[in-house]
Write a protein that binds this ligand. Structure first.
Ligand code: LLP
Length: 430
């Protein structure tokens, strides 16, 4: 459920008409709903509580890392799963206490690891032998003990898009589960490390519990083997990845997911860490855009929007589907026609949807892409020197701009022309 509905013929975010946001902030713009974010987090947390698990929910900041979104979730009790020093700094800036932050990622630099240890975060999820050795050296030199999880690769097919599948042997992620005993022995033998957690994350946008169950079962078996070898494993980190409905998908509900997790791992009496991203924020956001041009092509009709692939890249990158609704409510019997919905960027890949059946949309009309709260604004770029897209958070009948639109001065002012390229300079001849 989300809070983007028509009221009096106009699509609203909670009680704010999107026409008002378009007029006051301009388009394109991402719009998030506080009520939906709150609801999704609460439903997820309640599901694990009801399943009887001691769960710590570390929101995967990469899905939507606006400080306001992180702060809101933090106030509801969420921790953060971060994958870079930048995300760690964001989580801290949003007020997430360090002891609720986990640091994941397949390649972390020495300075990132040092920063994480200085900050005193809850846990670092390591993914390679060299990272284990590096972290041990840094922790020992700082005289601290780093609680770590080893992220294992359980060799499970998540049955999702290949670009967001991470749990197969051929993927770059984690350490082969068959080598786990050897790796925990190594970690336990090195100074500065306390290997207390087994972590797993098999992919994103999973719409089936089967692969999860397989992965969690392998994790539980591993925990038992490790304990029998004397390791004090007190936590499991089950990652994120629960899918959401973009189109016709019918992903499992959090209750079923939590119940299944409990069936597989409750007997271990571990603390359970979770890293949901998309499930919390995906349906809590839309991308609001205006139709610039309606072009009746030779072969088909094009709707050219002021939003482009640089603002929302999922369709171009993953063939991702995002529902599209006109902001002005069409009549119940309005005829539908096939339209290619595209952006103004200079490549054919800048296509949001092909042959989408839509009611008549005219130049100047507003439209909203649904399910755009996750991996939308965070993946935006300034390609074609387009301004970074702004973000708005709605709360009931008011809203706040939580990231203003960039200005051309800010964007172009990032660049520097070296002295030796300045007109009249002779330096280059030296
Ligand atoms: N934990 C780890 C270790 C991850 O790598 C990810 C996502 C998550 C948690 C959160 O997964 P979620 O619950 O959001 O599915 N840009 C792609 C998705 C990339 C996901 C990367 N890792 C997309 O737009 O579909």
């Amino acid at each position: 459920m989300n809070h983007f509905e028509y009221h009096n013929g106009v699509l609203c975010a909670e009680n704010v008409p999107l026409t008002q946001i378009a007029q006051e902030v301009g388009t394109p713009v991402y719009v998030y709903s506080r009520a939906t974010l709150t609801r999704h987090y609460t439903v997820f947390a309640d599901a694990f509580r009801s399943a009887g698990l001691d769960a710590k929910i570390c929101y995967a900041v990469k899905a939507n890392s606006n400080l306001a979104v992180i702060a809101l979730l933090g106030q509801l009790g969420a921790g953060a799963d971060v994958v870079s020093e930048g995300e760690l700094r964001r989580a801290l800036a949003a007020g997430i206490p360090p002891d609720r932050i986990v640091f994941s990622g397949v390649g972390k630099s020495e300075s990132e690891l040092r920063f994480a240890l200085e900050t005193g975060i809850h846990e670092i999820n390591v993914e390679s032998e060299s990272e284990i050795r590096l972290l041990s050296r840094i922790a020992a030199s700082m005289n601290v003990t780093a609680e770590i999880a080893v992220r294992v690769n359980p060799d499970v097919d998540a049955r999702t898009h290949e670009k967001i599948s991470t749990g197969r042997k051929e993927n770059k992620f984690g350490i082969d589960i068959d080598r786990a005993e050897e790796i925990y022995a190594l970690a336990a033998s090195l100074p500065g490390l306390a290997p207390v957690t087994v972590a797993v994350h098999i992919g994103s946008q999973l719409t089936d519990l089967g692969p999860y169950r397989q992965a969690f079962r392998r994790v539980a078996q591993l925990v038992e083997r490790l304990r029998s070898l004397g390791h004090k494993i007190t936590r499991v980190d089950l990652g994120g990845g629960l899918g959401i409905p973009y189109d016709a998908e019918n992903p499992p509900l959090p209750d079923a997911y939590a119940k299944m997790a409990a069936e597989e791992i409750a007997h271990l009496n571990c603390q359970v860490m979770l890293e949901p991203g998309r499930m919390i924020v995906g349906n809590a956001g839309i991308l609001l855009s205006r139709a610039l041009v309606v072009k009746p092509g030779e072969a088909k009709r094009f709707l050219i929007l002021d939003a482009a692939m640089n603002d929302l890249i999922r369709p171009a990158l993953y063939n991702g589907h995002h529902g599209l609704r006109p902001v002005k409510q069409p009549g119940a019997d309005a005829p539908l026609m096939p339209v290619d919905v595209v952006g103004p960027v200079c490549e054919s890949g800048d296509t949001f949807a092909k042959d989408r059946m839509l009611p008549l949309i005219e130049e100047g009309d507003l439209v909203a892409f649904g399910t755009a709260g996750a991996y939308g604004a965070v993946m935006a770029s300034t390609y074609n020197t387009r301004l970074l897209v702004p973000e708005v958070l709605v709360d009931g009948d008011h809203y706040a701009v939580i990231r203003p639109r960039q200005t051309y001065e800010e964007l172009i002012g990032m660049d520097r022309i070296p002295d030796w390229l300045q007109t009249g300079s002779k330096d280059h001849a030296a």
